[in-house]
Design a protein around this ligand. Sequence first.
Ligand code: FUC
Length: 809
Amino acid sequence: MQLWYQRSRMRATALTLAAIGGSSVLPAAADTTSFSGPVSAPAAALTLWYDRPATDWESQALPIGNGALGAMIFGGIGQEHVQFNEKTLWSGGPGEDPDYTGGIWKAPRPGALAEARRLVLQQGPQDPQVITDLLAQPREGYGSYQPFGDLFLDGEQPAQVTGYRRELDLAAGVSRVRYTVGSTTYTREAFASYPDHAIVLRVSADRPRSVSFAVRLTTPHPETAVTVARGRLTVAGHLANGMALEAQVQVISDGGHRTDSGDRVTVTSADAVTIVLTAGTSYAPRFPDYSGIDPHARVTATLDAAAHAPFRRLLDRHQTDYRRLFDRVQLDIGQRAPAMTTDRLLAAYTGGSSTDDRALEAMFFAYGRYLLISSSRAGSLPANLQGVWNKDTAAAWSADYHVNINLQMNYWPAEVTNLAETTTPLFDFIDAMRPAGREAARAMFGTPGWVVENETTPFGYTGVHDWPTAFWLPEAAAWLTQHLWEHYQFTQDRAFLRRTAYPIMAEVAEFWLANLMVDPRDGTLVAAPSYSPEHGPYTAGVAMSQQIVWDLFTNVVEAGDVLGADRALRDRVKRALAQLDPGLRIGSWGQLQEWKEDLDDPLDTHRHVSHLFALYPGRQIGPGTTPQLAQAALVSLQARENAPNAESPGWSRAWKISFWARLLHGEEAFVSFRDQLRLSTLTNLWDTHPPFQIDGNFGATAGIAEMLVQSQTGVIRVLPALPSAWPNGAVDGLRVRGAATVGVTWRSGRATEIRIDSDHGGTLRVQDGLGAGVRLIDAETGRAMAWSRESADTIRFHARAGGSYRITR
Ligand code: FUC
């Protein structure tokens, strides 16, 4: 290792000394190149590929990322364009506004909340404006997630290229561009490395001395400057809120000449060029100033280290890290590597029976996992509305953290598709939100605990703003804690439960113990005022509010039981649970009511289906446990699906996949997924609201897993919602509650083998669907094992810690 470092350092020095002045590179031209010749056949089914460069950021460019850093690769010929992001670069916050309160009322409002409560509890449903007048205030200092900059490689624009191909290889975690000019074939590889904290780009050719271009770095932020020295471009400065930002790019040339001139680094006649980029900001996730140290030293040290490693080594380290996560799950639904480009594959998609349709579906599932690995790794903020990718200084919805569905949906695939590590940024974010959320709870509610409302930012925006239909959702904090409890459920990590999850959950429980009101109509405890996300009037005891509080309280009691801790709190929570309105009512047309009052309209087109929280991601309703409520949920879901002109942003379709899967309706789940691909997916397979919003990618990925394996009832159920479009197949690596990994093979729609690896052992229950003659085999010894029938189709057995089992017929 020592030798490698030394050699590459020597080479870098030699190149610096050999650099010459002047530039022989042509200015960037419009892509006037003509394309011809055969495009090579695809290497693998899990590769997005195209035969033209991207011209549109949103729908065509291809994303790479390592959680903190993200980049969009265009694959132009005369010019390569790499737009990049760093997740913490945000405008707004305390640095921009000395009176920043994070949405907490600027002046106390004695009696305002009490009056809102009185209105909804005693006079019934209220127009949103009435509650807004009492509780809202203008949004100030909210800010937006920012683009960081653009890296350009300006080269010659050839008149003609052959064999152009641009791809994103999901199995390798690498984006590539390849094309031939005359008899020279050029290759570009790009990836975002988590271990080296860098974006790496390599340009090479199959003939020596053929690589020439100039590298430029720009940012849209006025208070920044670009400098160039020794093949390194630096852009540094700050935003209007004082946040310091810095990106550095090292250009390393194999052979040829490298020149620094003005604002660019020019390489001529090289054999290959490696470009390494890293970036950082002075953001710190610390209330109240959210300001840390200048990023210069960190960025410099990170880039120095990465730039000294040879390209192969950077690539190896990246792939070892990436594959450790990505390779855990395999899905086979009969896909073959498609012979057409991914944009054509999407255009041709019908959800029919072709292996090409299966290829798109399997790719979309794998892509969701790729995107989560690429936008959520420990050490940075969680995936926002656009993951980590954003090109706009005023992004759609600020590319923020909406917590009335969107942030939660981003993390739905994390546990079940075996990427539990990707939740770390979410949990850090929730934890860092608490000091601000405590202030909001104290100042606006006059209670202990912590709270966050409809949406939030990295600057602890936990209060309100003044959009009448989207500012009030104090249940959001409780909803976020569901992820902490689920992480425990899937990992059985008691230390995590004790140290991280439980304290956060308990504090939100304190908030709700202090904030539930007695409903004079029936004596139950209700949230008030309460608002079904972005929909309807303000009332008391909205279904979703009640279901979320039920979920929180139930989880706190179960967590307390596991830990044997905090009996006093558990007793108070249990008493409140007994009096809590559970938010489950069947209305006049057989629907599950969205409000405590029967206000539902069967022709409602609204995109949120909040009252079905109890079905998914909650566990209060299920066909096996509460058949009548499940039937009512089905009636509500059908109405929303069938209403003429139903609103269907991508995330809404994605949620419906999981609703149908939980209702055990495989065909309908598949139709929602099919429509997501047909109607809500861009050619780079990003979900579109519109515009691009990543939650739909993640929600659909979770939905597919939910069609194949479920475990929310404590029983591992395989193929609960298998559609007829997937008659034969296999999946491996999905995770279930109780800390086990599950695989299943099926033929003609029925399981033929179930594979279970148990982390911690204990009693496992499996709803096998195998019918008579089930055999349970210890995969290590090959011996048949004893099991017992728990019900007609569920077996129970005792697993060893680390044991592997096969259930067959
Ligand atoms: C939710 C949705 C909108 C949008 C926004 C970012 O509140 O209602 O459709 O997705 O988040």
